[in-house]
Design a protein around this ligand. Structure first.
Ligand SMILES: [Zn+2]
Length: 411
């Protein structure tokens, strides 16, 4: 079987840990559902060791059991230390996928541990953590080297070999500071993959504006070395500082760039047509506009005005467009209600609530049955502080118990 590129979206972990941007747990849940429908391989759903994430994570694991989340791996992130592994399985006993992280570069080991730990100590803790995660019930463990791009290659090879030996399933190469360039990462990943024959995840940040270029170059090196590649993405590129590798741009690059489309094959489950919906929902939920020039989903992605361009695009759209609006799920007109409208939410009553749900095709037997869901919708709206979307309303009606759980946080 040919090696492929699989996508691991980290919006619900790296995206939300970012300064000054945040998501309610209901929105994180909707993103997991949308990512699943988009055919993304794995969603890094959050922090199982963080108290206020526990109900949300357990609720999402229940959605897997209920069949609402079908194929995607829901994976938790924690530090590669036995204490975190134990706490993870205490808080979320049903979690099956984990990525565990530790710094490997000398600059971080010196800077963070200030002489209290050596690389040898780190290797030992990591191996213990991988073994413990597997013994505790993890089906897959991704071993993350934070600051891998500034870690000596020989040291990284030792680290990966030890992780593989201990039972890890993949290695995450973190370009934590966004310091790599495409050629450098290609060479480093090639050496690493050839030496270890272990699947590699690219986790690249955008501090130099190259997150997608670096990620696909690393993936190409993995594939050419005979191992699967995984690219960590976030929706609309949200993430620490200047962001992470953008989900839609990455899919576009793998499908439409001349060099990659023939050589580097993307997991065939990924459906690019879901791009528009997920990008717009993330923008809405994060309260951050999509830049006008965002690849695929920006409002100018298919706009032409200047004389030569408009004339050329009108004669044949291939003159000035690499892909079509329909490829990313655009092109359908959207209805905007400009007249009377009934909405439901934090202060809604049962009559308006039932009217809204009737329009969604969801009917309740009587007002009493409706009131039980209405109460959840009131809380959900309190929780998100934004007008409820149709999909959010549908989700709450179909999975009221999970909705209640994910919104419950007791300090
Ligand atoms: Zn990161």
């Amino acid at each position: 079987m040919k090696n492929k590129v699989y996508l691991i979206d980290v919006t619900n972990r790296d995206g939300v840990q970012t300064s000054r941007i945040l998501l309610p747990k209901l929105s994180k849940t909707m993103l997991n559902i949308y990512l699943d429908e988009m055919g993304v391989y794995q969603s890094e759903i959050g922090f199982p060791t963080l108290k206020h994430e526990v109900n949300y994570i357990n609720g999402n694991l229940e959605l897997v059991k209920a069949g609402a989340i079908k194929r995607i791996h829901l994976e938790g992130w924690c530090r590669a230390i036995p204490e975190d592994i134990n706490l993870t399985f205490k808080n979320c006993p049903d979690i099956k996928h984990l990525n565990i992280s530790i710094s490997t570069s000398e600059i971080m080991i010196q800077g963070k541990f200030q002489g209290r730990k050596t690389f040898k100590d780190i290797m030992k803790t990591t191996i213990d953590a991988v073994k413990l995660a597997k013994e505790s019930g993890a089906e897959t463990v991704g071993l993350n080297a934070e600051d891998a791009s500034r870690t000596e290659l020989d040291r990284l090879i030792d680290f990966v070999a030890a992780g593989k030996e201990a039972g890890a399933d993949r290695f995450r190469y973190c370009d934590t500071l966004g310091a790599d360039d495409p050629i450098t990462i290609y060479e480093r990943i090639k050496a690493l993959a050839l030496a270890t024959k272990f699947p590699i995840e690219m986790h690249c940040h955008n501090d130099l504006g190259m997150a997608e270029a670096v990620s696909v170059a690393g993936a190409q090196a993995s594939i050419e070395s005979g191992v699967d590649a995984y690219i960590n993405t976030t929706i609309n590129g949200y993430g620490e500082r200047c962001g992470n590798c953008d989900l839609v741009s990455t899919i576009l690059a793998l499908k439409f760039s001349h060099g990659l489309s023939e050589k580097v094959h993307l997991d065939e489950h990924v459906d690019l047509k879901e791009s528009w919906r997920i990008a717009r929902y993330a923008s809405y939920a994060f309260n951050l506009p999509i830049p006008i020039n965002q690849p695929g989903v920006g409002s100018n992605a298919f706009a032409h005005e200047s004389g030569i361009h408009a004339d050329g695009a009108l004669k044949d759209r291939r003159n000035y467009e690499l892909y079509d609006p329909e490829d990313v799920g655009r092109g359908e007109p959207e209805l905007l209600e400009t007249g009377r409208i009934i909405t439901t939410g934090e202060y809604g009553g049962v009559k308006g609530f039932r009217h809204v749900y009737d329009k969604l095709g969801i009917h309740f037997h009587d007002d009493n049955e409706a009131r039980r869901v209405l109460e959840l919708v009131q809380y959900a709206n309190l929780h998100t502080q934004k007008a409820m979307t149709d999909d959010e309303l549908r989700f709450i009606a179909h999975y009221p118990d999970v909705a209640r759980k994910i919104m419950t946080a007791n300090p």
